[in-house]
Design a protein around this ligand. Structure first.
Ligand SMILES: Cc1cc2nc3c(=O)[nH]c(=O)nc-3n(C[C@H](O)[C@H](O)[C@H](O)COP(=O)(O)OP(=O)(O)OC[C@H]3O[C@@H](n4cnc5c(N)ncnc54)[C@H](O)[C@@H]3O)c2cc1C
Length: 285
């Protein structure tokens, strides 16, 4: 199916955009890593969200996602690995499937996966962002997994079924029942080491030898997500209509600048969606 718009990210900006898409009778696909607003969920108390003071971040996000789903949005709980523009539409690749949409709204939040030292140089040489895509290359080998995503646990289990040994750096509580070959590691990952291929990961607690490194984070570097996407420092460059440097692609929320606030993210999600709706009208299939 060719959707009118694909919304990348299911935080306040993405959920607000999806509700507006439904109001405008546009078919919308929302893709999120699966944790829906992980950053906000960490907040114990939000005092400044208009009309709903003194809620926890998790309560607010649950309300936002319930509203977004009730609006009839099609939801895909998987990370978008890359977006490829084609003449009249876009392909969005997730670990399992490829989706198609006429326009894109990027709402991936603020943590744009600042690369580890050595990460970019080792991409494709042992460093990978996708367990499903590359796991089979590491059958019987010793690999590292660095993740901040509770929803990536399934991928860790998948990798444990393929690799010989999995050294895991995770910054969330892990299930008690774990595959025997998963070893939880101490320290904060700092630097990927290797010449032709990954050889080790340097952390604040020491250096661990590895044959491959899976980085399963909330967001990967934005310039890898979509070719031609221009950035201003850590932010996606947008104009007054929240249009990006790529025709048919819009952006909203923390990803486009300060202040990092829920009201601003939700408002921009709506504004960007309305800009996309105008663009879709002016650029019929
Ligand atoms: C601890 C904490 C407390 C806070 N307290 C407040 C407060 O009290 N008041 C306030 O106004 N604001 C607060 N904020 C800020 C607020 O959470 C953010 O401004 C807001 O969540 C931004 O919304 P967003 O939709 O732009 O991004 P996010 O909420 O970050 O959502 C982005 C979503 O996109 C997903 N994503 C990223 N990349 C991809 C990809 N490639 N494919 C698929 N999905 C992807 C992520 O997993 C995430 O679910 C707080 C933030 C934190 C961390």
């Amino acid at each position: 199916m060719l959707y009118d718009i694909a919304i990348v990210g299911g935080g306040p900006a993405g959920c607000s955009a999806a509700v507006t898409a439904a109001n405008r009778s546009l078919s919308a696909l929302l893709l999120d890593t699966g944790d829906f607003g992980l950053a906000l969920r960490k907040s114990a108390l939000v005092k400044n969200y208009l009309g709903m003071p003194d809620r926890s971040g998790a309560e607010l996000m649950d309300a936002f996602t319930a509203h977004m789903k009730a609006a009839g949005t099609t939801v895909v709980p998987h990370k978008v690995l890359s977006i490829l523009p084609r003449e009249k539409h876009f392909y969005l690749a997730t670990p399992g499937e490829v989706y198609e949409a006429r326009s894109i709204l990027l709402c991936p939040g603020a943590s744009h996966g600042k690369p580890l030292e050595g990460e970019t140089a080792m991409l494709g040489k042992g460093v990978t962002y996708c367990a499903t895509c590359d796991g089979y290359l590491y059958r019987g080998k010793t690999i590292g997994v660095v993740t901040n995503l509770p929803s990536a646990w399934e991928e860790v289990e998948f990798l444990a079924g393929v690799a010989g040994e999995v050294k895991l750096w995770a910054d969330f509580p892990l299930p008690e029942k774990r595959p025997a070959n998963v070893q939880t590691m101490e320290g904060k990952p700092r630097k990927v080491l290797g010449e032709e291929r990954v050889e080790a990961l340097e952390t604040t607690a020491g250096t661990e030898k590895l044959e491959g490194l899976f980085l399963l984070r909330e967001t990967d570097p934005l310039d890898r997500l979509l070719p031609g996407l221009r950035l201003d420092g850590p932010f996606i460059r947008v104009d007054d209509n929240l249009a990006t440097s790529v025709e048919g692609v819009f952006a909203a929320g923390d990803a486009v600048g300060y202040p990092w606030q829920i009201n601003k993210a939700a408002g921009e999600g709506q504004k960007a969606l309305l800009s996309a709706a105008s663009w879709l009208r002016e650029n019929p299939v």
